[in-house]
Design a protein around this ligand. Structure first.
Ligand code: DC
Length: 226
């Protein structure tokens, strides 16, 4: 099969990462979670006590500290995440990062810096990349573009189940509010807002199992990679 690039966009907790990891495992290509990169910069800013509204300091941090992703399919996240010599694979999912990451992702100069790193990763093909602007900005020429959607209720249910299963003490309503808040900021921001590109295939997974979505995507990859 030809090594094509596959771009996934969609709102928070739409299942993009789960689906992309499974597809990457099946076909043996490189999985790139770009949300983890925005989370890494956010984590470093919080660790250095930088106020996220101090854009210049956040930009400086992003420029000076490249994010390193190492594929590791033994982890549910599919990769280890490093910044400034710290392994922050677990910390990037903390409540503090969740709360601030959409504001970091609004900063154009931070986006420019991370998008440049992402474009480089996709240069040789065979990349499965997940985010909010992958079909529109990072890989507009990807051979396969998918916008994975689901109702907010269903997405909150899935995220709630994941958190409870990983031992966290969380409330469903708080998770739903956090998802709604991130969706609002991500889709209303000026630079690269979340939206489906005109040539994306839109998959609504509200009433589909993860396996059904994965099978559908693998079918599409096989068709496009012929
Ligand atoms: O996919 P995620 O929840 O880990 O993303 C974290 C945040 O980063 C979310 O607010 C959207 C933003 N993001 C973005 O703006 N562009 C991307 N390519 C990936 C994520």
């Amino acid at each position: 099969m030809k090594k094509i690039n596959i771009a996934f966009d969609g709102p928070a907790a739409s299942g993009k990462t789960t689906v992309a990891i499974s597809v990457a495992k099946k076909i043996g290509w490189l999985f790139v979670d770009t949300g983890a990169m925005y989370r890494a910069v956010t984590w470093l800013a919080l660790k250095n006590n930088i106020d996220i509204s101090d854009k210049d300091s956040v930009i400086k941090l992003a420029k000076e500290n490249p994010v390193i992703l190492k594929q590791d399919f033994s982890l549910p996240s599919g990769c280890r995440v490093y910044i400034a010599d710290n392994d922050i694979t677990t910390e990037i999912k903390s409540a503090g990062v969740n709360k601030n990451v959409s504001d970091v992702a609004k900063i154009s100069e931070v986006r420019k810096c991370l998008v440049a790193q992402q474009k480089k990763m996709a240069e040789n093909g065979g990349v499965i990349m997940v985010g909010r602007d992958i079909t529109t900005v990072v890989m507009p020429n990807a051979e396969l573009k998918i916008y994975l959607d689901a109702s907010v209720e269903e997405r909150a249910k899935r995220r709630f189940k994941e958190e409870i299963e990983s031992g966290k003490d969380v409330k469903f309503e708080d998770i739903k509010k956090s998802i709604e808040n991130r969706d609002k900021i991500d889709s209303e921001r000026e630079d690269s807002p979340l939206k489906a590109s005109e040539d994306s295939i839109i998959l609504d997974s509200t009433n589909m199992t993860a396996e059904q979505v994965i099978d559908e995507v693998v079918k599409l990859v096989e068709e496009r990679g012929k």
